[in-house]
Design a binder for this molecule. Structure first.
Ligand code: MLT
Ligand code: MN
Ligand code: ZN
Length: 279
């Protein structure tokens, strides 16, 4: 299976258009060793598709209804109907608070397919050799969702994508606020883990004077400190470990930072746009 990182940043992208934080400022002025990044998503395939104005996209799986994870659908409007796989909760948000499903009804149209959030598996017709397992996670529905402060299972999911013929598995979860036991099990079963790399510290946006929001409050487990993502990933012995959905305030975006060296020492990679993974 081939995985290509289409985007590796969090909501604002990197640099963020209106942001002058330490990272955004330095990247814009070419004074930092780092890469620009767009919002997080991955492409997964087991074969190659060709043809003029053909699509290589058989299906789209949404892991939540956040703007950064769904707005890209608008860019696919010229194509044929889009087969979109998401939970009932996500479908509701995208038909009401952010009615992108309704909007696209006047362009390519959306075929919605409901998916489980209890870890059970399914396959997608027309995609050979892949099986998916989707499970509810503790993170956050977007601000416009009726569930922002009233969490429902299925607001956010993680997905294990397995190549049936090889048994290789990737676990993808760009928004992850809490490591429940089923999340740990998914990490232990995976050959490659691509998880929430949003913030280094819980109060990163507060100390940089950017926002009053803390990482955990908005559904993201920070990397450093006790119970943080580094500690979690350290307890997984073998998988390839990659952080994705990295906020522009996060010092790990600086390839020369001490925080980045800490990740290197722990064998944890930082995703970048265009990164290709062969599993
Ligand atoms: C998040 O991951 O918390 C959101 O994408 C934030 C946002 O949309 O600004
Ligand atoms: Mn996000
Ligand atoms: Zn910034």
């Amino acid at each position: 299976m081939k995985i290509r990182v289409l985007g590796s940043a969090a909501g604002g992208g990197f640099p963020q258009w209106n942001c002058n934080c330490h990272n955004c400022h330095r990247l814009r002025h070419n004074t930092m060793n780092g890469k620009a990044r767009t919002q997080s998503s991955i492409a997964v395939s087991t074969d190659n598709k060709n043809g003029i104005r053909a699509t290589g996209i058989k299906a789209i799986l949404l892991i939540d209804s956040q703007i950064d994870h769904t707005t890209g659908l608008l860019m696919l409007r010229e194509g044929k109907p889009l087969d979109v796989y998401c939970t009932e909760m996500v479908k509701q948000d995208l038909s009401s608070g952010f009615p992108i499903f309704n909007m696209l009804g006047d362009y390519c149209t959306i075929n919605h397919h409901n998916i489980p959030h209890d870890g059970s598996s399914f396959e997608i017709p027309g995609i050979n050799d892949l099986r998916l397992y989707t499970q509810a996670l503790k993170s956050k529905a977007p601000p416009y969702s009726p569930h922002r402060h009233d969490p429902h299972d299925g607001d956010n999911i993680g997905v294990i994508i397995e190549q049936i013929s090889t048994g290789k598995k990737v676990f993808y979860s760009p928004g992850l606020g809490e490591i429940e036991s089923h999340v740990m099990a998914a990490m232990l079963a995976a050959d490659c883990i691509m998880v929430d790399g949003t913030f280094w510290t819980d109060d990163e946006m507060v100390t940089q004077g950017i926002s009053h929001k803390k990482a955990r409050e908005i559904g993201h487990l920070p990397q450093s400190g006790s119970g943080g993502m580094i500690e979690v990933l350290n307890s997984v012995p073998t998988a390839r470990k990659i952080l994705i959905h990295i906020n522009n305030t996060n010092p790990i975006l600086d390839d020369d930072s001490v925080q980045r060296k800490q990740l290197d020492a722990a064998g944890i990679e930082v995703a970048y746009d265009g990164l290709e993974i062969d599993l």
